[in-house]
Unconditional design. Structure first.
Length: 294
């Protein structure tokens, strides 16, 4: 069956507004539970496979029977923040950059960043399971993911996981979605654990040869970029200063002991939480620079 005939059959079942052609493939945006049941029934009958799609060109190695699909509208739900309980429920299409903006007003923080992370959607983060630049201080995704709402192969919307870190929910099935790349089910929403925004954050540039000297510090995060090691730590001001003193005593030679705006920007750019600087003179660095990715 050709890609065009697949698209035609999907349009007949779901309506033209729900189906698009992306790089020669059929791509579906699901809006309702009814459309989800119709799509999964059609895919079972035709032997097609649903493949999560976050926008952009599809991967070149997708099997011929894959249909691109992403949630939207009522089936993806709305962003929901429980600031006092330190969690939020995020629609799968919401990007990490948008999530940071929504959390900032409530002084809450989802401590996750990875290369390309600002443009990644919540669904992509769970399905791909990338390493977390803040993992040493705040944990990798298994610690940050509390629950998942997904579409199973019968077209049913299923919720799994818990609302809080200490919630009791039997087997933690949400973790099955980490790195699943759509094989476990289409992720509709993800529930993430939140933290307070740190009262103090410090950034350093260390010479690349000094990497081994700070690995024992559990609160110190590091990103390798351009032959340098970019370091980050947060917490109460006294703790951050004490950490800096221990690093100096251990012989870690910082590049000019540089902290503040420039080092913060370098760290943020390394994890692509900030866009690369525009050509021309750099803009003046203000005191709120770290607010751009924390």
């Amino acid at each position: 069956m050709s890609d065009e005939s697949v698209r035609d059959e999907l349009v007949t079942a779901l309506g033209e507004e729900a189906v698009a052609a992306v790089a020669g493939r059929a791509a579906v945006t699901l809006q309702t539970a009814t459309a989800a049941r119709e799509l999964t029934a059609l895919c079972r009958a035709r032997g097609w496979r649903l493949h999560p799609w976050a926008g952009g060109p599809p991967a070149p190695d997708l099997p011929a029977e894959a249909v691109l699909v992403r949630p939207g509208g009522e089936i993806a739900g709305e962003f929901r923040l429980a600031a006092e309980d330190y969690y939020c429920e995020v629609p799968a299409p919401l990007t990490l950059a948008e999530l940071r903006e929504r959390l900032a007003a409530e002084r809450r923080w989802f401590p996750f960043a990875c290369p390309g992370g600002g443009a990644m959607t919540a669904g992509e983060v769970v399905a791909r399971y990338p390493a977390n630049a803040f993992g040493r201080a705040h944990g990798e995704l298994p610690r940050l993911l509390l629950g998942v709402v997904f579409l199973n192969d019968e077209g049913d919307v299923v919720a799994t996981g818990r609302r809080t870190l200490k919630g009791v929910a039997g087997y933690d099935l949400a973790k099955l979605f980490l790195g699943s790349r759509g094989r476990t089910g289409l992720i509709l929403r993800a529930r993430f654990r939140l933290f307070r925004r740190p009262p103090q954050a410090a950034f350093w540039r260390a010479r690349g040869g000094e990497a081994g000297r700070y690995r024992s510090e559990s609160r110190l995060c590091a990103v390798e970029a351009g032959g340098e090691t970019l370091l980050y730590a947060d917490g109460p001001a006294a703790d951050v200063e004490a950490l800096a003193a221990r690093l100096r005593e251990a012989g870690c030679r910082f590049a000019g002991d540089e902290r503040g705006a420039e080092a913060a920007r370098a760290f943020a750019e390394a994890v692509e939480a900030l866009p690369p600087p525009a050509p021309g003179p750099p803009p003046p660095a203000g005191p709120a620079l770290t607010e751009l990715f924390i």
